[in-house]
Design a protein around this ligand. Structure first.
Ligand code: SF4
Length: 491
């Protein structure tokens, strides 16, 4: 069986993060609460969805204030900035850039003029028809506005914000209801003007968005139920695909701008959303544990211990241990904060490599046949370093089990996978990947097994990154990314 060759540098590879999510959004209308503080804690709960920049806009009914900057939520805000953000309405955003550069100018919420005031908008997802929307900008706002948007890099969020400023209608509600049917792709929007909180979800409902009730009176919309929990809001319901909400002193008003054609992202169940979040009634912790049980049924192996690649592999490893009867143990300790620092490691630290992130527990590993469970393999660099590290720590055998199928296709709906020629699942067969990673065996869960664990109907899920079956037409300028580039396989 192949072995780690001991020549690996185990360097911490900044390109080998897990799949990156587009963003987290949070909106609140609550007259009795300090809304900017609740938004801060809501964003704190959504930090895993975007770590590049954070922002909050607030209003007490007459003008919108916004504060945003590069960095983690806890780095961007302090007591001073939060207390300046007064009001009873707020929208917050934690950003990971899938379109547009990671710069202050692209941090959200984005601000734009409307006919009678200002709008502040936070967006999670990726639009697939920005070329059409830019044509709408020309038609409705003029060529100069389009030119200035394109000059500024024109993120899809900036284009939407500009289009909400069309002055044909009197209200933001009318403008949004006219605009949203033109918008294609994945989007969960939380936005506000001086007096009203708005929320919208694309007709496929690719990304999650939920509505919660604030016990003191008021409402919250958030990307995940975990963000409701942290601010003490009570889950009311999902925002429906194709639904537009207005929330003000008179309560929540719902309209549908398109027929729902649900295609929720299956990868939210596998990895993206927090395990303590529920999507469409399904606990993600329970779904991930079930994926592990299913893996144990599909790919059994004789071994002494089941261990996760922490943290994201943990629920599936628990499931694999339950399903196989092999004891669960921790073989690696994760330093939770190292991947989130802005300080680049020095050369010496880089050579320590993966140990900055993960450190082996030798006494747990030595002499054992290990089943190592992870949620996904993107480029494979981390798994390769983990296998080598476990062998150096005395593991007798290392069997990799992955709780999602091989990632084969790019995502156009807000998740930042590398291009096809960088995805190891495209470049190599499963056996080649096993050899490349230095594992004794490697198995992925089947597409059917993964879907069954979500307890969602197959036709209501997007599985495109595994199957290539795209529920929404990919952007016309991205078709070349679907071509299988000939690549040289290196080992
Ligand atoms: S392509 Fe994959 S990551 Fe993107 S929305 Fe579909 S299932 Fe989710």
């Amino acid at each position: 069986m192949p072995r780690g060759d001991g020549m690996l540098t185990h360097e911490l590879d900044p390109q080998d993060r897990g799949p990156q999510d587009a963003c987290g959004v949070f909106g609140i209308y609550a007259p009795e609460e300090e809304v900017s503080k609740l938004t801060y804690f809501g964003l704190y709960a959504l930090q895993h969805r975007g770590q590049e920049s954070a922002g909050i806009a607030s209003s007490s009914g007459d003008k919108i204030l916004v504060y945003k900057d590069m960095g983690l939520v806890s780095q961007v805000f302090d007591e001073g900035s939060l207390s300046a953000l007064r009001g009873h309405i707020a929208v917050g955003h934690a950003r990971y850039s899938t379109t547009g550069a990671s710069t202050w100018a692209n941090a959200q919420p984005t601000l734009g003029p409307t006919k009678h005031g200002t709008v502040a908008l936070g967006h999670n997802g990726n639009l697939t028809n920005t070329h059409t929307l830019l044509d709408l900008v020309t038609e409705r706002l003029g060529a100069d506005r389009r030119a200035s948007l394109e000059h500024g890099g024109a993120t899809d969020t900036a284009i939407l914000t500009a289009l909400l400023g069309w002055d044909r209608y009197e209200t933001v509600t009318e403008t949004a209801l006219e605009l949203l049917p033109h918008v294609e792709g994945a989007y969960c929007l939380a936005f506000m003007d001086e007096e009203t909180l708005y929320a919208a979800r694309d007709p496929q409902g690719v990304r999650p968005l939920v509505l919660g009730r604030v016990p003191s009176g008021g409402w919250v919309v958030a990307s995940e139920t975990a963000a409701l929990d942290i601010v003490g809001a009570i889950f009311e319901r999902e925002v429906e695909p194709g639904e537009f909400l207005t929330i003000d002193a008179s309560g929540v008003h719902s309209r549908h701008f398109a027929k729902a054609k649900p295609k929720g992202c299956v990868f939210e169940y596998v990895y993206l959303a927090r395990p303590d979040t529920h999507i469409n009634g399904r606990s993600l912790q329970a779904a991930r544990v079930e994926m592990g049980r299913q893996l144990a049924r599909e790919a059994p192996v004789e071994a002494d211990m089941v261990m996760p690649t922490p943290e994201s592999g943990t629920p599936a490893a628990v499931g694999y241990a339950q399903g196989s009867g092999i004891p669960f143990g921790q073989g690696l300790v994760k330093n939770a904060y190292v991947g989130r620092t802005f300080i680049q490691p020095s050369q010496t630290l880089r050579q320590l490599g993966i140990r900055l992130k993960l450190n082996p527990l030798r006494e747990q590993i030595e002499g054992k046949r290990l089943v190592v469970v992870d949620d996904s393999i993107v480029r494979g660099n981390t798994q390769r370093a983990v296998v080598a590290m476990l062998r150096e720590s005395g593991a007798a055998e290392v069997h990799l089990r992955i709780s999602s199928p091989p990632i084969q296709w790019p995502c156009f709906y807000g998740i930042d996978f590398p291009t096809r020629d960088e995805l190891i699942g495209v470049r190599m067969s499963v056996n080649e990947i096993r050899d490349h990673l230095g594992a004794d065996s490697l198995s992925y869960i089947s597409v059917e097994g993964m879907i069954a664990a979500t307890e969602q109907a197959e036709e209501r899920l997007c599985t495109a990154c595994f199957t290539g079956e795209y529920p929404i037409e990919p952007p016309i300028n991205a078709k070349h990314l679907l071509v299988n580039q000939p690549v040289e396989v290196t080992s």
